[in-house]
Unconditional design. Sequence first.
Length: 182
Amino acid sequence: MSKSGKGKALNILLLILFAGFLLYSHFADYQQGMSVGLAFWDVLVDMMKILPFAFVLIGLLEVWVSEKKIIQHLGKGSGWKAYVWVLLLAGVSIGGLFVGLPLAQSLRKKGASLRVIFVYLGFVGVGRIPMTLFEISFLGLPFTAVRLMTAIPFFLLSGIILGNYLTRKGFTFSKGIGNQKS
């Protein structure tokens, strides 16, 4: 069996085990298991509310934005403006990493550099405008300002360092999975 065939078999086995656990929890009245099932259901419903629209937008990006533009603005020689672009892109993103990860893959396939991708993913986690406004309303502007002033430089620096390190090590993407050149 090929490596990908083993991975698919393992995924199917894990899915069957999880479904079996949920069924057992339901019939045995195991409260913690039923809580896991309800949490899983809530996340699944939330994803289904966001992902179809996100994938349509990602599809439009694939068609409307040329590889040349992505390389020019987010590629290896793009400079500091690339980080401004990904900060703006992350700021208006919806769905957090549910949407950020597929969008990052799409940008990478079109030629965005690894460091820009890592910075984008960090920014999506901490810098989305709707999340920031929600946070201000509950925790106040001073807390949010301190969080952003520490998180944005941290993710900028760590994304650049990680991207540069992996690029030096020859990290590439093959069929959506990261590989290291021998």
